[in-house]
Design a protein around this ligand. Structure first.
Ligand code: GDP
Length: 604
């Protein structure tokens, strides 16, 4: 148990209050691709504060995520700042340059549509049906090529569909500052209603400033209930037009090809209102939708042209690489010489494989694009090699600083009482030169939002009696955030006090080192059951921990008793060799059992 000294922390809290109140500027300058951390830096506020404000605006973002213009403007309002756009002249930041077009050059361009919704609600079927509906009328032999996007025509007007359903790719692109979608079609199955990914899709669509159209799918299914869908979505802020709201709803059956023309018509109506325009009379700029290395052709990328006209032979910079368009083909696999705004084309002639979401722009000559690529490569390298800021309880003591060391915590618990009890006790721990700050707490499991907040604030997450799902754990790993779960409060307090004093014991984790299959068993009096085994993977070592697995279930956990090879005691037996194993205090080993062997290793 830690020694609980009376609370002397009041002064420290006062000090903290002063520390965070830095002088705020009066103006914020927005630049394309600006991250949450960049914003915080400019306004001289803690990143965690900006993230909290964003959450309040219903935007989930991590500190390295790009902020779009609208959210930046809203944030500026929250902070009571004047909002300005940056004027960019540096060509190496070409995606940030605002293109000024003469109004007379502008012509309307096709809308770019992404389809989102819950799994199994029919996104892929809808994309296929729409694509199919026009293939019949082409001369290309009726086979469309998957290049990441395709175009259809209705009443002489084109619509471009992004051919990867779901919001993962969409959000990934947005996180990298690329906004290519004008309209989101939210697919909701009429027999299933609003599901978790439907909600997520709504959040993402709203955050991206896209217009939303709801496609109520599976209307052919007997249990279809479109009114329930409208009710549910209405409650989530997507009030149907027919009920006085602003969201168009279209009832369809993607499978039976019913209502599809109505959906396309609605897309065109919404697109019309958006007055989407571009200037074909200039050099092309765009975004990478997909890219890969083709064995025969080298790097291949699908570019969605946002503005200008892209032509074969054009020199271009893309992400941190460059190239010259050697050949270009459309979604029907036809070779084309040029492509217009709003169209997706596959190009070859790149020097390297770019990433989805990378910006693309045509320049006059090879030297320019090569120089731009070099400069951008250096920038990416610097960023990747910048020191990692994530924090763990063990790192805490090693913070190189003469100042007071600060430990930020986020507390999650199954009941409010635990949070209160923890807060009460933690305040009583005082260690010279260390401060603790609880930056967030709440009842319930650890969420993605907690991880983002922890990442942004270099905080550690402490959980009491709460679970951490696999996906949250994976995100924590990716972001370098430490989650520690405890059953009882004093264990957590002990660890924290130890960390503050630099005395934290290393953490050990069980690591499987090998597996053996039981081929035969022998009963020997005084010894018990000996299992004749074959080591099927790794290595079996003496003094290890074992689990006996029968038909996929763990039937016993304990320690290895003895390990023998040809009647001789062995230190270890490797894969592919036979051995005799006994298990301490367990004789019920059966033929066919798997023995999983592990040791405790210190976690770094
Ligand atoms: P996704 O996961 O959203 O891409 O969904 P899919 O397009 O893969 O569709 C999931 C399942 O629903 C498939 O078995 C489809 O055949 C079926 N499905 C899709 N649209 C309809 C529809 O309009 N009516 C019916 N009855 N089934 C559909």
């Amino acid at each position: 148990m830690p020694k609980h000294v009376p609370n002397k922390n009041k002064n420290f809290q006062k000090k903290q209050g002063k520390k965070t109140k830095k002088e705020m500027p009066k103006v914020i300058t927005y630049r394309n691709g600006m991250t949450v951390a960049d914003f915080a830096d400019q306004v001289k506020q803690p990143v965690s504060d900006v993230i909290k404000k964003l959450m309040f605006l219903k935007v989930m973002a991590s500190k390295n995520q790009a902020l779009d213009r609208e959210n930046s403007e809203l944030l500026a309002m929250e902070y009571d700042l004047e909002f300005k756009d940056e004027v960019v002249t540096d060509v190496t930041r070409f995606e940030e340059i605002k293109e000024e077009d003469n109004p007379e050059d502008l012509v309307s361009r096709p809308a770019v549509v992404t389809i989102m919704g819950h799994v199994d609600h029919g996104k892929t079927t809808l994309l296929d049906t729409i694509r199919h509906s026009r293939v019949v009328s082409t001369e290309a032999g009726g086979i469309t090529q998957h290049i990441g996007a395709y175009q259809v025509e209705r009443n002489g007007k084109k619509i471009t569909f992004i051919d990867t359903p779901g919001h993962a790719a969409f959000t990934e692109m947005r996180a990298r500052g690329a906004k290519i979608t004008d309209i989101v079609v939210l697919v909701v199955a009429a027999d299933d209603g609003v599901m978790p990914q439907t909600r997520e899709a709504i959040d993402h669509a709203k955050a991206s400033e896209c217009d939303i159209i709801v496609a109520v799918n599976k209307m052919d299914v007997p249990g279809a209930n479109p009114d329930r869908v409208k009710q549910q979505l209405g409650d989530l802020g997507l009030l149907p037009e027919e009920w006085g709201g602003e969201i168009p709803y279209v009832e369809i059956s993607a499978l039976k090809n019913e209502g599809i023309d109505g959906l396309l018509e609605t897309i065109q109506v919404v697109a019309e209102m958006q007055e989407l325009k571009a200037n074909p009379n200039r050099e092309a700029s765009g975004t990478v939708i997909e890219a890969r290395l083709d064995k025969g052709r080298g790097p291949v990328a699908t570019i969605l042209v946002n503005n200008g006209t892209l032509r074969v032979q054009d020199y271009f910079a893309v992400g941190s690489t460059y190239g010259k368009v050697r050949a270009m083909s459309n979604d029907l696999g036809e070779q084309i010489k040029e492509s217009k705004p709003g169209q997706a084309v596959e190009i070859i002639g790149l020097n390297d494989v770019p990433q989805a979401g990378d910006p693309f722009k045509v320049f006059d000559d090879e030297k320019t694009v090569r120089d731009i690529a070099d400069e951008r490569t250096d920038r990416v390298f610097d960023k990747q090699h910048a020191p990692k800021e994530a924090m763990s309880l063990e790192d805490f003591f090693n913070q190189a600083s003469d100042e007071t060391k600060k430990l930020a915590l986020i507390i999650k618990a199954d009941v409010q009482g635990s949070i209160e009890a923890f807060k009460g006790s933690i305040n009583k721990i005082t260690v010279e030169g260390s401060d603790i700050e609880i930056i967030g707490s709440g009842v319930g499991g650890v969420t993605d939002g907690d991880i983002l907040l922890a990442e942004a604030s270099n905080a550690i997450i402490i959980g009491f009696g709460v679970g951490v799902s696999g996906s949250v754990r994976a995100l924590a790993k990716e972001k370098g955030v430490e989650i520690r779960t405890y059953r009882v409060i004093y264990e957590a307090l002990d660890d924290i006090e130890a960390a503050m004093k630099g005395l934290l014991d290393p953490v050990f984790e069980e690591q499987v080192i090998g597996e053996a299959e039981v081929r035969e068993t022998y009963s020997v009096s005084k010894v018990g059951t000996i299992a004749g085994c074959m080591v099927t993977s790794g290595v079996i070592k003496r003094n290890s921990l074992v689990k006996i697995v029968r038909n996929g279930k763990i039937v016993y956990e304990g320690k290895l008793g003895s390990l023998k090879r040809f009647k001789e005691d062995a230190k270890e037996v490797r894969q592919g060799f036979e051995c005799g194993i006994t298990i301490e205090n367990y004789n019920d080993i059966k033929q066919g059992d798997m023995i999983e062997v592990s040791t405790m290793k210190e976690v770094e």
